[in-house]
Ligand binder design. Structure first.
Ligand code: SAM
Length: 283
C-alpha cells in the first residue's frame, strides 16, 4: 500500500496511507495530488504539503470566513485569494453578500477539486455572485480598482506560488483594495513549527493596519498544533465586538457550523504566551 509523506519539514513529517489515488499530476504551477484515506476522507496536497482533508477542513474554512464576516457585520463584497478547493467559497456564500471574487492561480486545482473533492465547494462555484479569476493574487490586488469589505488570503505556504502573498507589497495592495472598515485575514501557518512566519507577518502586515494581530484554531492535519490566522484592519471596533452582538447576528444568519460559534470566535484571539513573546520587538 502506497503512503503520502509530507515534505514541509525536513526532520519531522506526517504520513498518510493512500487507500485510493484519484489524481496526481504536475499542473502549470504545482504538483497536485488528491487521494482517499480511511481516516481523513479525501485529501488534497500541493507540492508535497497537505492543503485540505474532508475530515477537518470545516475548522479552517469556518474560522477564516466567519470570524472576519461576523466581526465586520455588514460585508457585502468579499475577495478570496487562493482557495482553489472551494471550501472558503462555500462558507463565504452562506452570508448575505452581494458579490464575491475568487482569485486562484491554478485552474487545475479548481477543476480537480470540483471533480474529486466535491464536498468542499458543494456547488459554490455555480453561485451567481461569484467572479472566478484565474490569476496570481498579487497581480490582481495590484491592478484591480474593485474594493472589498473582507479579503481572505487562503494560500499555500510562503514557498512556491504562495510566497508573494506574504510580502509587504501584497499586504499594502490588499489594504488598498479594502473599503473603509474592511478586514484582511490570511492563513499564517502553524506557529509551533513556523514561528518566523508569525514574526514576519506581524512586522510586514503590522505596517499597514491600525489593528494587526492573530487568532487561532486547531486543524489536526496542519501538523504541529494550532494554526494562526493573521488579522488586519483599521476598524478598531471589529476585533472586540461584544459577544452578545456577535451571538445575535450569528443567530439571525442561521448558518450551520461544526466548529465556529460566537464563544470560539471571541476566544480565538487569545494567544499563548510563547506567541506573544515571539511578537515582542526584542525577540
Ligand atoms: N488550507 C491550505 C493551507 O492553509 O495551506 C490552503 C489551501 S488552498 C488549496 C491554497 C491555494 O492557494 C491553492 O489552490 C493554490 O493554487 C493557491 N495559490 C498559491 N499561490 C497563489 C497565488 N500567488 N495567487 C493565487 N492563488 C495561489
Amino acid at each position: 500500500m502506497k503512503h503520502f509523506k509530507e515534505t514541509l519539514y525536513d526532520s519531522v513529517c506526517q504520513e498518510y496511507r493512500i487507500d485510493k489515488l484519484y489524481f496526481e499530476s504536475k499542473t502549470e504551477h504545482q504538483h497536485l495530488m488528491i487521494f482517499h484515506n480511511a481516516q481523513l476522507g479525501r485529501v488534497m496536497t500541493l507540492d508535497g504539503i497537505v492543503q485540505t482533508t474532508e475530515a477537518d477542513e470545516f475548522i479552517y474554512h469556518e474560522m477564516l470566513t466567519h470570524v472576519p464576516m461576523l466581526a465586520h457585520g455588514a460585508a457585502k463584497r468579499v475577495l478570496i485569494i487562493g482557495g482553489g478547493d472551494g471550501g472558503m467559497l462555500r462558507e463565504a456564500i452562506k452570508h448575505p453578500i452581494e458579490h464575491i471574487t475568487q482569485v486562484e492561480i491554478d485552474e487545475a486545482v479548481v477543476e480537480m477539486a470540483i471533480k474529486y473533492l466535491p464536498n468542499h465547494s458543494a456547488g459554490a462555484y455555480n453561485d451567481k455572485r461569484l467572479n472566478l479569476v484565474i490569476d496570481d493574487g498579487i497581480e490582481f490586488v495590484k491592478n484591480t480598482d474593485e474594493k472589498f469589505d473582507v479579503i481572505i488570503s487562503d494560500s499555500t505556504d510562503p514557498i512556491g506560488p504562495g510566497e508573494v502573498l506574504f510580502t509587504d507589497n501584497f499586504y499594502a495592495q490588499a489594504k488598498r483594495c479594502l473599503n473603509p472598515g474592511g478586514i484582511l485575514v490570511t492563513q499564517n501557518g502553524v506557529p509551533f513549527f513556523q514561528k518566523d512566519e508569525v514574526k514576519t507577518t506581524f512586522q510586514r502586515m503590522g505596517q499597514q493596519f491600525a489593528d494587526m494581530g492573530f487568532y487561532c484554531a486547531p486543524i489536526p492535519t496542519y501538523y504541529g498544533g494550532f494554526m494562526t490566522f493573521a488579522w488586519g484592519t483599521d476598524n478598531n471596533d471589529a476585533r472586540d465586538k461584544p459577544l452578545a452582538e456577535i451571538s445575535q447576528q450569528f443567530e439571525q444568519l442561521n448558518i450551520k457550523t461544526r466548529y465556529y460559534n460566537p464563544a470560539i470566535h471571541q476566544a480565538s484571539f487569545a494567544l499563548p504566551q510563547y506567541i506573544l513573546d515571539a511578537l515582542k520587538p526584542t525577540s
